[in-house]
Design a binder for this molecule. Sequence first.
Ligand SMILES: Cc1cc2nc3c(=O)[nH]c(=O)nc-3n(C[C@H](O)[C@H](O)[C@H](O)COP(=O)(O)O)c2cc1C
Length: 140
Amino acid sequence: MNVRVVYQSATGNTKKVAQAIARAAGCEAEPVSTATVSEPVEMLFLGASIHAGDVDPSVKKFIEGLDPILVKHVTVFGTGFEGSKDKAIGITKDLLARRGIAVNGKYYFCLGRFVLFNRHHPDFQDLAGAEEFVRSVLTG
Ligand SMILES: Cc1cc2nc3c(=O)[nH]c(=O)nc-3n(C[C@H](O)[C@H](O)[C@H](O)COP(=O)(O)O)c2cc1C
């Protein structure tokens, strides 16, 4: 199965999760700023978090540039505050659905450090959870 992992991360939290996901999926984690999809992808894991109340413009631009014929399914992941989960996941899922891209109902979200909050997250358990999540997605 052709799997890709693409993420946006301002302070490294989502990058750590992306790297755990990529490890479990057997591929590299690619920053959204340089990733392009020009070959068919069966599962694209896309990581985005909330900054200033929204997902980063680079994520929106990446989704806008996706070809729904090449991208079969997307699974969304993110990090942040428990209270920002619905926004981080929901906005990204919604943008993908508007492009006519099939979005997995399952997603992965864990706490992400912000200044003094959620210290040490994502932690070892968060990353192990991400790897386990990938295995459950890829084995159906
Ligand atoms: C500059 C900045 C702005 C943020 N703005 C918000 C916000 O508006 N709402 C929110 O819930 N979290 C906000 N956060 C918290 C991040 O969503 C959280 O720390 C997330 O894990 C960051 O992921 P990253 O390190 O991959 O960028 C902000 C974090 C940063 C660094």
